[in-house]
Design a protein around this ligand. Structure first.
Ligand SMILES: C[S@@+](CC[C@H](N)C(=O)[O-])C[C@H]1O[C@@H](n2cnc3c(N)ncnc32)[C@H](O)[C@@H]1O
Length: 245
């Protein structure tokens, strides 16, 4: 749709809140939440510190159905309110935003997505590694195990590529996840809980011992599993980017 046609239409922003550290929201995201009248945020995955001191009315979306969320947004826009739908990390990863945006667009609302720092990047930063690393892995697979909202996963077949694997929504099933990976027991693996939050926990090991570590640390949610050589931070080749010129 052309910019001119959008003029005058009510607008809602889907904003990435970042992984937890309140300083990891974008400048645009921060400006929008400071200016908002109502913020519908993604429950416990959004750090309450980010929402402290804002003038907006805060609504936790974990208690709302899709229909209720749509209704709430439409009503608020009709009464001239500035509405923000705040998602954790980056909204494009496991954020289920299309099903929220489309009914709004059908109702004549203009929607803009403001990207955020995914927990994937905060997890990589916590490990002080790269997700793509010359001589180790040039590719990244982002996936999740089967669960209540997914009947079947592709973890076994995807693991055969030898790429770095970032597994979301899977720490409560860590043993099944490890079992389904077609990789050796020595393959480096890490679990990062609450990446970038003050209570961040980083567990590093391999496929042989990572499930034990996770169970001992009693981590079952809000954590990411990273698998592959990049976790080990060794065995890489120098990049041509920084060669002598
Ligand atoms: C519904 S998904 C949302 C992902 C989010 N859109 C993102 O880009 O990070 C929720 C899952 O993301 C992961 N996650 C979210 N925040 C996290 C954090 N701060 N540290 C580690 N994993 C996190 C966990 O696997 C969690 O179960």
């Amino acid at each position: 749709m052309k910019e001119k046609e959008k003029q005058g239409r009510p607008k809602v922003y889907f904003v990435g809140a970042g992984p937890g550290d309140p300083e990891l929201i974008t400048v645009k995201g921060q400006r929008l939440i400071e200016d908002a009248d109502i913020i519908i945020y993604a429950g416990s995955l959004v750090n309450p510190e980010l929402l402290e001191g804002l003038q907006a009315v805060l609504v936790d979306s974990s208690q709302l159905s899709l229909e209720k969320t749509t209704e709430l947004i439409l009503q608020a826009l009709q009464s001239g309110k500035k509405v923000i739908r705040l998602h954790s990390g980056d909204p494009s990863l496991y954020g289920a935003i299309l099903e929220q945006m489309q009914p709004l667009e059908e109702a004549g609302v203009d929607v803009e997505v403001v990207p955020g720092v995914s927990s994937l990047f905060a997890a990589s930063a916590a490990l002080r590694t790269q997700l793509t690393l010359k001589g180790v892995s040039e590719s990244l697979i982002i996936t999740r195990p089967a669960g209540t909202t997914l009947e079947q996963d592709d973890i076994a077949s995807l693991s055969k590529h030898g790429s770095t694997m970032a597994i979301f929504l899977g720490t409560d099933k860590i043993r099944e996840v490890v079992k389904s990976l077609k990789l050796t027991a020595e393959t480096p693996a890490a679990v990062i809980y609450h990446a970038s939050w003050p209570d961040q926990k980083v567990l590093v090991g391999n496929l042989q011992n990572i499930a034990d570590q996770v169970e001992q640390a009693r981590i079952s949610r809000s954590a990411l599993i990273l698998v592959g050589g990049v976790v080990g931070r060794t065995g890489y080749r120098r990049s041509h980017l920084y060669r002598d010129r």
